[in-house]
Design a protein around this ligand. Structure first.
Ligand code: ATP
Length: 445
């Protein structure tokens, strides 16, 4: 993980937040390449979940919802983690994740010895961030920053049913920030207090719920493989009955082999009719499906839920490679071209040669209309290639002496390092085609 953190920092993907004020633990800001990568993850998710389907609509609900929403959902009462305090070092830990705890014990008087943590009994700590709405702060103004986007979907169920004229099976998809006051955030972006969730609630007739639950586990697993995660680094782990949330009829984690070990990348849950029933009860608005033939039922809900942050880390971890080529070490990030923040680099071989710069700039102007591409004429060509390898740019077009003679350029492939000569006028079509080609990770399965 240290290598990924340092690469993200060095190449401007992710910065520790509020750094000039000493940082705010486990909070991050995204730099240019981080923003581009996140945009790609978000839009590929949206493409698969909404754009390419007939049974899905999108929604964008508010972050601060009516506080009763969180009573109905069970979050006010039960969205808690067990918290323990250490009487010696005064740090707080999650009682069910003590293996993640980094104890702040001071060494005892005897060198080489460390004091054991002296832990209190566990008590429940609610993870929702509280805020107040309006100028007066009293109990009636209390509200919460949403800890998940799902509830914003359930409370709009009736709107979608009526106005988007849907009938089960259909889904509502949402992407947006969620907030959790995690007791022990950490492991870079894996567990943060502010993250961007991508959730979809799929409403189905109760009798079909199990089948759709299996369907969505497969769909989501295949999506990861399509965008470059090796199958060997992914597994599905079904929750035991004790582990499942109160609302769940079945939950599976799609786990990835992070540097911290197998951990949840995405959760897929069969939430039954819990959410719609609870919101019907609390709001007194009936949330059910009524067919034209009078058929009526409360749909069951299948939910795949993930954060962009966990996908971002998984993709970088799996794509990261170090190798020695011609006795020189290189770090290369073998991202799927659709995920890579920059699709191609345009490089004049000699940055001071006006003819090369002119041709390179005009190629850059042509390509940037369609794709995120980068022009770079600073420093030795080898260094410029290495920089692009580290940000995962799949292709580099180089304008050299020969270009000035015969209007051809070289294209260099990030993974194989193969070089090919192309006519300058054909570069745009070549790149369009290359980015559409099916891609398999050069790292194997
Ligand atoms: P965990 O057990 O790791 O705390 P969870 O089971 O509480 O996660 P869910 O409530 O199922 O997580 O949230 C759905 C998804 O949102 C997770 O699979 C994960 O991708 C993402 N997620 C949850 N909490 C965080 C967080 N603190 N930071 C980044 N992503 C998160």
């Amino acid at each position: 993980m240290d290598k990924i953190v340092s690469l993200c920092r060095r190449r401007g993907f992710v910065f520790p937040s509020s750094e000039i004020y000493g940082g705010l633990g486990s909070t991050y800001d995204y730099g240019h390449y981080g923003v581009l990568t996140k945009n790609n993850i978000r839009s590929l998710w949206f493409q698969a979940m909404v754009q390419e389907r007939d049974d899905m609509v999108a929604i964008d609900s508010a972050i601060i919802l009516h506080p009763r929403v969180w009573e109905a959902s069970g979050h006010v009462e039960g969205f808690t983690d067990p918290l323990v305090d250490c009487r010696t070092c005064k740090l707080r830990f999650r009682a069910d994740k003590l293996e993640d705890a980094q104890c702040g014990n001071k060494p005892s008087k005897h060198p080489g010895e460390w004091r054991e943590c002296d832990l209190t009994e566990a008590r429940q700590f609610n993870l929702m961030f509280e805020t107040s709405v309006g100028p007066v702060q009293d109990s009636s103004s209390k509200a919460y920053l949403r800890p998940e986007t799902a509830q914003g979907i359930f409370i709009n169920f009736k709107n979608v049913l009526q106005l988007a004229r849907r009938r089960p099976p259909f889904g509502i998809a949402q992407v947006g920030k969620s907030f959790r006051n995690e007791i022990t955030p950490g492991n870079f972006l894996f567990r943060v207090r502010e993250f961007e969730q991508m959730e979809m609630e799929f409403f189905v007739p109760p009798a079909d719920a199990e089948r759709w639950y299996r369907y969505w586990i497969d769909e989501r697993l295949n999506w990861y493989v399509k965008y470059g995660l090796r199958r060997s680094q992914l597994r599905v782990r079904e929750h035991t009955a004790e582990e499942r949330s109160h609302y769940s009829q079945g939950t599976s984690d799609i786990e990835f082999l992070y540097p911290i070990g197998w951990s949840e990348l995405e959760g897929v849950a069969n939430r039954g009719d819990y959410d719609l029933t609870r919101h019907t009860e609390f709001s007194t608005t009936k949330l059910e499906y009524v067919g034209s033939d009078g058929e009526r039922y409360v749909p069951y809900v299948i939910e795949p839920a993930v954060s962009i942050e966990r996908i971002f880390v998984a993709l970088l971890v799996d794509a990261y490679d170090e190798e020695v080529v011609a006795e020189r070490e290189r770090t290369v990030v073998r991202l799927h071209p659709a995920i890579a923040p920059v699709k191609a680099a345009i490089l004049p071989l000699i940055g001071r040669n006006e003819d090369m710069v002119g041709r390179a700039r005009s190629l850059y102007e042509e390509l940037r209309r369609q794709h995120i591409v980068e022009y770079d004429d600073g420093g030795a060509i080898g260094r410029r290639y290495r920089r692009q390898d580290e940000i995962g740019t799949p292709f580099a077009f180089t304008i050299d002496e020969q270009t000035l003679e015969d209007d051809t350029v070289t294209v260099r492939d990030r993974d194989s390092l193969a070089q090919e000569r192309l006519p300058l006028s054909g570069v745009r079509a070549w790149l369009d085609e290359a980015l559409e080609r099916p891609w398999t990770t050069p790292k194997g399965d």
